[in-house]
Design a protein around this ligand. Structure first.
Ligand SMILES: *[C@@H]1O[C@H](CO)[C@@H](O)[C@H](O)[C@H]1NC(C)=O
Length: 140
């Protein structure tokens, strides 16, 4: 009897440890994806960063995508923001905010109107988040 309980506890501990490990390592891993859909085949420069990591500037051709994986901080506060620029404008948006409902919006599209977030790589556009600000172009 004592041995049976001992074994049951051991099994329960292993199962619990597996569940905890999976929820930390696998379930919490996130992907952020940004796709250039600005028509007229214009390149867009995208530069994203968090407090702890700078992902560098990426030059995206039409329909190109930049993406990265990260694990949100167990204690909260993870935030990624992005700057984007093309010939006619620039914009900024928060790509991931652990503290807000933007959490679910991790797939981004920039087109000639601005930046949009959506909940999955194939889902409908959920939210318009940023409009291009026109870049001042010096006269001749
Ligand atoms: C854009 O990229 C997607 C995925 O890479 C591809 O399936 C699609 O055909 C591309 N569209 C255009 C217009 O190039």
């Amino acid at each position: 009897m004592a041995i049976t309980i001992h074994r049951a506890l051991l099994v329960a501990t292993v199962v619990l440890a597996t569940v905890i490990r999976n929820s930390v390592v696998v379930v919490d891993a996130r992907e952020i994806q940004i796709s250039n859909q600005v028509s007229l085949k214009m390149a867009v420069i995208v530069h994203c960063a968090s407090k702890d990591s700078d992902l560098g500037a990426h030059l995206l051709g039409y329909n190109d995508t930049v993406s990265w994986y990260f694990e949100p901080n167990l204690f909260g506060g993870t935030l990624f923001w992005c700057n984007a620029a093309f010939r006619d404008g620039r914009l900024s948006f928060v790509a991931y905010d652990q503290e807000s409902d933007l959490t679910q919006l991790q797939y981004w599209v920039v087109d000639e109107k601005g930046a949009y977030g959506r909940r999955s790589s194939s889902g409908p556009y959920a939210r318009f988040v940023a409009q291009w600000m026109r870049v001042w172009v010096p006269g001749p």
